[in-house]
Design a protein around this ligand. Structure first.
Ligand code: HEC
Length: 148
């Protein structure tokens, strides 16, 4: 009996440490979150490319639409390059800088939910830098993981 309890404890431990070290990936964590919270303004009806949005910003904003980010390739564009740090600046809670990003509000309907979802995005990105292309270093760039 004692042995069985011990085995059970060992198995439980193995599972919990596996869960703890689980990687945050686009397919598993970010896509579902994005589809729940962001896709209404950043999906098929949005400007298909960032440059297209910029060329006709007033039109898109008047429709309540931004730029498309509902695929892995599109979303990564707003983390590392070309639009370096954009996702991080917009989603940041402002606790370190005093400047909250204007997309933070969409992460959830309560502060708890927003913090939880921000943590997922942070785990996914890896290096949560707010820097733009002209300021970022190669090492900081290297820290941006964004696993598929
Ligand atoms: C109600 C509509 C709406 C929702 C929901 C929304 N956004 Fe946005 N978002 C916009 C619009 C419109 C813009 C463009 C205007 C601006 O720059 O603020 C934008 C801009 C952005 C940008 C800036 C891109 C750039 O560099 O110009 C990012 C990044 C972003 N959103 C991410 C998100 C994420 C991630 C979510 C989900 C947590 C989200 N947004 C939810 C409407 C929305």
């Amino acid at each position: 009996m004692k042995k069985i309890v011990l085995y059970a404890a060992a198995i439980a431990l193995a599972f919990s440490s596996a869960a703890y070290s689980e990687e945050t990936t686009y397919r598993k964590h970010i896509k579902p979150l994005f589809d729940a919270k962001c896709v209404s303004c950043h999906g098929e009806n949005a400007a298909h490319e960032y440059r297209a949005f910029k060329e006709d910003k007033a039109k898109w904003v008047s429709k309540g639409q931004g730029m498309r980010m509902d695929t892995y390739s599109h979303l990564v564009f707003y983390t590392a390059w070309l639009d370096t740090g954009a996702l991080m600046r917009r989603l940041d809670d402002g606790k370190g800088t005093g400047k909250q990003g204007n997309m933070y509000q969409y992460l959830g309907s309560t502060e708890d939910e927003r913090q939880q979802n921000l943590k997922l995005f942070k785990d996914w990105v890896g290096n949560w830098t707010l820097k733009k292309w002209k300021d970022i270093t190669k090492e900081e760039m290297d820290g941006i993981k964004v696993k598929y």
